[in-house]
Design a protein around this ligand. Structure first.
Ligand code: G6P
Ligand code: MN
Length: 440
């Protein structure tokens, strides 16, 4: 069996231990020759890296592993780049979430002005990353999970349009499929989903079982009766449980399809705003929760020299998915995933150059997406407004345009009012000077 070489960009991420664990679990299906972790933050990464050494000594002794801050060492001779960077770290995530709230607007990592701010930061580093990777590994697959995935995908599609080995993908559809599997007591790997929309902005229209029966109506009924929760509810913080619970509300108002949880921010911006605590946002929850736990545990493992009592991994959906996606490409397995690709008629009545999220098979030659035909007016309107926001955000970045940025935020359903948009934008510019291009 051919062995593959992988680099994890953002080695110091709180998600890395889970990903490493998935790589260990799947070493017989997807064996690795070399694994490198790469990060610009040496200190953060070394904590995870030292944990990894012990993990691999126990579970993957044959693996050639190291971690580095050097690009050439990181990218030379790799087949897959797993990219999960966070420009500005949780410090900036906290600002993304809190600043909009000062003006009465949703504060969220990928939606609304928070996502705008994060997007403007991610674009520069992601372009640089692709250039760096291509310098040393021109044929490597770049599997990108960096957020906000919609904005990143739009920007990368503009700059590297002919590079067919960049795949932007998000784990939320898989998280949802696992949750449907749980309530139906079925294996989510057996589902054949039909999905359309934009990243963090889409709907499952059908979910077929092996015999071709559509399970969407069944799921809707169960959610109506019992509500909705994530598959790994016991490991989730309060805000995520509330987020999943909102699927019931969304189905009440828009009963056609199963919505991606992120739609709650766009459909109920005022209601959700009132429920959010401007003093303690998701960033705080993560900093005090996952981040603290992961780093404490990794340090402890390094000290004790064994992973025996380690609890660094909480949710394996994310890591498993990243590994399975690579495996599907590596061995041309043509498994089904919801991925982000250029529209070109997949959603019939949406412009061709949109980066849309749909189901695709994933094989050695990349995604082969399934079209969904035309979508109804409500969904078309929702998507086009959000798409315009995304496109204008990328325009604002590439043109250094304040006016485009203002238009983008005004079109975002979490903002709407242009005076508010201007205030939020000005406040975000202040704190993002080191990261954004100057907006004139
Ligand atoms: C889901 C989304 C990701 C997002 C993550 C946030 O998995 O698909 O795009 O980054 O949630 O999780 P967090 O626990 O950091 O709020
Ligand atoms: Mn996502």
């Amino acid at each position: 069996m051919k062995k593959f070489n992988i680099v994890i960009v953002g080695g110091g991420s709180t998600w890395t231990p889970g990903l490493l664990n998935s790589l260990c679990k799947k070493k017989s299906e997807f064996p690795l020759g070399k694994l490198v972790m790469y990060d610009i933050d040496e200190e953060r990464q070394s904590v995870i890296g030292e944990f990894a050494k012990i993990l691999f000594k126990e579970k993957y002794p044959e693996l050639d592993f190291n971690y580095t801050t050097d690009k050439e060492t990181a990218f030379t001779n790799v087949d897959f780049v797993f990219c999960q960077m966070r420009t500005g770290g949780y410090t900036m995530r906290e600002k993304d979430e809190k600043i909009p709230m000062e003006f009465g607007v949703i504060g969220q990592e990928t939606c609304g002005p928070g996502g705008f701010a994060y997007g403007m930061r991610s674009i520069r580093d992601m372009i640089q990353l692709v250039e760096d990777v291509r310098m040393y590994a021109k044929d490597a697959w770049i599997l990108n999970y960096t957020n906000p995935a919609a904005i990143v995908a739009e920007a990368l599609n503009r700059v590297f349009h002919d590079d067919k080995k960049i795949l932007n993908i998000c784990d939320q559809p898989v998280n949802l499929l696992r949750s449907y599997g749980k309530i139906l007591d079925m294996d989510p790997y057996e589902f054949e989903p039909v999905y359309f929309g934009l990243n963090h902005f889409g709907w499952f229209t059908h979910l077929y079982d092996k015999e071709g029966n559509d399970l969407v109506p069944v799921i809707k009924n169960i959610v109506k009766e019992r509500g909705f929760a994530p598959a790994d509810a016991e490991q989730r913080d309060k805000s995520w449980l509330e987020t999943y619970a909102m699927v019931e509300d969304m189905l009440k108002d828009f009963p056609e399809y199963l919505p991606n949880t992120y739609l709650q921010y766009y459909l109920y911006p005022e209601y959700k705003f009132k429920k959010m605590n401007p003093e303690f946002t998701r960033a705080n929850e993560v900093i005090e929760g996952r981040e603290r736990r992961v780093f404490e545990e990794c340090r402890r493992v390094a000290e004790e020299g064994t992973t025996q009592n380690a609890h660094v991994v909480h949710n394996d959906a994310h890591g498993d998915m990243i590994v399975e996606v690579a495996e599907s490409i590596a061995y041309n397995k043509h498994r089904l995933y919801v991925v982000i690709v250029e529209n070109n008629g997949l959603i019939g009545n949406i412009q061709n150059d949109a980066m849309v999220e749909v189901t695709a098979t994933l094989g050695a030659n990349g995604p082969r997406p399934y079209g969904v035909g035309n979508v109804d007016t409500f969904y078309k309107g929702m998507i086009e407004q959000q798409l315009a926001y995304e496109k204008l955000t990328a325009d604002a970045y590439f043109e250094g345009s304040y006016s485009k940025a203002l238009k983008a935020l005004t079109l975002n359903r979490t903002v709407v009012d242009a005076k508010k948009a201007r205030k939020v934008l000005d406040a975000l510019i202040e704190v993002n000077r080191d990261y954004w291009p100057e907006l004139k």
